[in-house]
Write a protein of this length. Structure first.
Length: 261
């Protein structure tokens, strides 16, 4: 069924907000995609919202990956091992997610949002790091951490950058700048895997996903430009946005628990 004109407009506006927040504060912004699709766009089925969100996450990450790749910041070897292992995890996680009751899934998602808010308040890791070398030990660490991150990403239909970035740094010792850039390969791969799994079940609204992506591109452009102007207030922006994520998560948790039989 085609979305109404109101749903179409709200899809673009919601995508714009997510793209804007990603451009402005970085990691954590895509976590708002699912609650916006459920409570603003009014996609009634949580599984449909998660599947549709996965398409938007993968699309936005792919665009940002291209930009970072042009700057030479992506460490392709490490990123590829992490992504391949994570694809298996994302398939497993998304398969499990489809079997969980929709309201219980939203309740778990809400708890995850509040955890992410806490991580954002703590701030980013130091920017220094050693050169990352891919060897057997590093590859094993990347594979294990990548699989775990992929499971969580697939289960909740999120990009998982807040897990992937520290995971890459832990496994290889790479700098946060390289980790942010390299994480986008995994985010793209995880999102695409989750989207494909949900698509098999017909749990994606492709038109809403396209509208959400279009809005995200516009919002990301505006957010990135504003981020440069407000660079000196980055800490305040992160705390404010983390507060918003926490409040939305708390609302989702209360509402979902009230609907669980």
């Amino acid at each position: 069924m085609a979305p109404s004109s109101t749903q179409a407009l709200l899809s673009v506006l919601s995508g714009t907000f997510v793209g804007f927040s990603l451009g402005l504060v970085g990691g954590g912004g895509s976590i708002l995609a699912v609650p916006l699709l459920v409570y603003v766009v009014r996609i009634g089925d949580p599984h449909l919202a998660i599947g549709t969100s996965a398409v938007a996450v993968a699309g936005n990450a792919a665009v940002n990956l291209w930009h970072h790749a042009r700057g030479g910041k992506v460490l392709w070897g490490c990123a590829s091992v992490f992504a391949v292992a994570g694809i298996l995890g994302a398939f497993f996680g998304s398969t499990l997610g489809k079997m969980v009751d929709g309201q219980k899934l939203l309740a778990a998602f809400a708890v995850l949002m509040m955890v992410i808010a806490g991580i954002m308040v703590r701030g980013h890791a130091p920017t220094k790091g050693s050169d990352a070398h891919l060897n057997s030990q590093t590859a094993l660490r990347l594979a294990v951490i990548g699989f775990i991150a992929g499971c969580l990403s697939g289960f909740f239909g999120i990009g998982g950058g807040f897990l992937i970035v520290p995971g890459l740094m832990l496994a290889t010792g790479m700098s946060i700048l390289n980790a942010i850039a390299s994480s986008l390969l995994a985010v793209t791969a995880f999102g695409a895997t989750t989207a494909a799994n949900y698509a098999i079940s017909g749990a994606i609204d492709w038109l809403i996903a396209a509208l959400f992506l279009a809005g995200g591109a516009l919002g990301g452009f505006a957010g990135s430009h504003l981020a440069h102007a407000l660079a000196s207030r980055r800490g305040l922006l992160n705390v404010t946005f983390a507060g918003l994520i926490f409040l939305v998560g708390a609302y989702m948790l209360v509402r979902s628990l009230s609907l669980i039989e």
